[in-house]
Design a protein around this ligand. Structure first.
Ligand code: AP5
Length: 217
């Protein structure tokens, strides 16, 4: 959990690449649905463009479908979900229903001026969804995806006025989830400033302890 641009997706991708843990990003799933022009994509696109939350019922449907896939049987990392109290309740209910357990919640603490700098420099690949930053995580060839050579673009919701709205939405709906999780013995608040590797180091001990498997460095 954390505000837009805090680095949640970047850390989840490191865990996916280094430890093979599925990275379940609701934002990525919605962007893929918009690209593919599916019914879910058509319903989500307007909310995303405005920096608003997609309605909980749509979110819950795509999350549950994804978490029931075989690759999630041994565990997964959620990124960008849950984002509201009803989503957190629905996740608890889903985990209980499917005999699973929540092992850890990491909250990314970071000043808003830092996230604005991260977001405005972000570029993504329109073909595969890979994420870059013009300064902090530049592609090998400027403006081109390392993985498939596509021309990189800016996310539509990374426009400055939409970023402000996303930050307001975060404060209003998602920040209160800290209280929901803090007292459950599974919560870590991490300083999300510094390089991606520094943040990875800060959370690795907690993840290894909570996940009960070798997911350190
Ligand atoms: P989503 O895609 O989840 O957006 P977000 O939460 O706003 O998060 P971001 O992707 O902006 O940031 P991040 O924290 O993952 O940072 P990242 O690693 O990319 O959601 C988009 C929209 O979908 C929502 O607005 C909503 O409409 C909808 N939606 C999604 N989930 C929903 C839900 N559950 N309920 C309702 N609606 C939902 O990093 C950002 C940049 O910084 C990158 O360029 C990266 O390279 C760089 N960077 C990362 N870490 C570092 C570092 N340590 N140092 C320097 N640069 C760094």
């Amino acid at each position: 959990m954390g505000p837009p641009g805090a680095g949640k997706g970047t850390q989840a991708e490191l865990y996916r690449a280094r430890h093979g843990i599925p990275h379940i990003s609701t934002g990525d799933m919605f962007r893929a649905a918009v690209r593919a022009n599916t019914e879910v994509g058509q319903r989500a696109t307007e909310y995303m463009r405005e920096g608003e939350l997609v309605p909980d019922a749509i979110v819950q449907q795509i999350v549950e479908e994804r978490l029931l896939q075989p690759d999630c049987a041994a565990g997964f990392i959620l990124d960008g979900y849950p984002r509201t109290l009803p989503q957190a309740d629905a996740l608890d209910e889903f985990l209980a229903r499917t005999g699973r357990e929540l092992h850890g919640v990491i909250f990314f603490e970071i000043p808003e001026e830092v996230v604005v700098r991260r977001i405005t420099g972000r570029r993504i690949c329109p073909t595969c969804g890979a994420n870059y930053h013009v300064e902090y995580h530049a592609p090998r060839e400027p403006g081109r995806c390392d993985l498939d050579g596509s021309e990189l673009i800016q996310r539509r919701d990374d426009a400055p006025e939409t970023v402000n709205r996303r930050l307001e939405v975060f404060r209003r709906w998602t920040a209160p989830l800290v209280d929901h999780y803090r007292n459950r013995g599974v919560f870590l608040a991490v300083n999300a400033r510094g390089t991606a590797e520094e943040v990875y180091e800060r959370i690795s001990e907690f993840v290894a302890a909570r996940a009960g498997r070798a997911v350190g460095r």
